[in-house]
Design a protein around this ligand. Structure first.
Ligand code: BG6
Length: 296
């Protein structure tokens, strides 16, 4: 692994580490902040702006193993979200978070940020369900903010319908003091109530298990922890939905890779194109889903 990645390593800027479970990961150190990304799933597990606490939440019970998703950070759901619509035996949230991605290039930008590009293409049995000509590229840019750009490319002869999500888990001090702003008056489908359409009244507060898909082309939301622990700004483009999720008590206990009491320290605000917001990609076209995370 060291040899195959050595062209992309840059002293003190792009460093190869042996991560949890012995999985390879790259630490990217830009001016203003650093991030860690596992090649497994192109999964960002850490974003640490200089002098601040970690912005992303990670479960202490997460698996770190080939073929299993990492719990926390930013899983990439691609090219479907949730259970597969035609075959429930397929893995939830698609194949991209379960496989090792390849590094395309790395660079230090003129402003001191560090950039890394990774790629993924379906292969083997996956091509039964995803055309091998559909591929994904992920560009990460790290500095005071963390930017992710997930690009889906259709090199095949036919249109392809896909879903995606940058399934960000955010670390909060105390969930009972957290509110999410920017989705007021927005219609959402309540996944815990037969996907009924409802309208968000005021900022989101977490008072029970929450699993919602907001019809949200809005470019900005903010997570405010009123204990003062954090104020996180989430800016996006190329995304028609925002998924908001917290498993609460019973679901946390039911998930083996999620600590029973960890739900109080996290919430997911996901940049997505899912359900009726899925994307139809014509041949020779690409779609970019972009996310920028910063502390305010
Ligand atoms: C959320 C979904 O995005 O991800 C939830 O809306 C789901 O329904 C959650 O439970 C976690 O999914 P997974 O597959 O990582 O356990």
């Amino acid at each position: 692994m060291q040899n195959s990645l050595s062209p992309f390593l840059i002293p003190e800027r792009v460093e190869l580490l042996s991560g949890e479970g012995g999985l390879p990961c790259l630490r990217l150190t830009g001016d203003g902040g650093r991030a860690t990304v596992y090649l497994h799933g192109a999964h960002v597990t850490e974003f640490l702006p200089d002098g601040q606490a970690p912005v992303l939440w990670m479960s202490r019970a997460s698996h770190f193993a080939p073929g299993k998703p990492i719990r926390g950070g930013i899983p990439i759901c691609w090219p479907w979200f949730g259970p597969h619509s035609a075959d429930a035996a397929r893995p939830a949230h698609g194949i991209a978070r379960l496989r090792e991605w390849s590094v395309l290039d790395s660079a230090v930008l003129h402003d001191g940020r560090v950039r890394l590009r990774l790629s993924f293409q379906p292969e083997g049995p996956e091509t039964d369900i995803v055309p091998p000509t559909l591929r994904a590229e992920m560009t990460l840019t790290v500095g005071r903010s963390l930017e992710l750009q997930l690009c889906t490319i259709n090199d095949g002869p036919d249109p392809v319908v896909f879903e995606d999500a940058l399934h960000s888990y955010f670390a909060v001090g105390d969930l009972s003091a957290v509110s999410v702003h920017g989705l007021e008056d927005t219609v959402y489908a309540d996944s815990l109530d037969k996907r009924r359409s409802k309208v968000q009244q005021g900022p989101i507060r977490f008072t029970a298990e929450t699993d919602r898909v907001y019809a949200d082309p809005a470019p900005r939301t903010e997570i405010v922890d009123e204990t003062g622990a954090c104020r996180i700004r989430i800016e996006k483009s190329g995304s028609s939905k925002t998924v908001v999720w917290n498993p609460w008590i019973a679901k946390s206990k039911a998930m083996p890779d999620f600590g029973d009491d960890e739900w109080t320290g996290m919430c997911c605000v996901e940049t997505a194109n899912v359900r009726d917001g899925r994307v139809t990609l014509l041949p020779a076209n690409r779609h970019e889903t972009r996310l920028r995370i910063s502390l305010v």
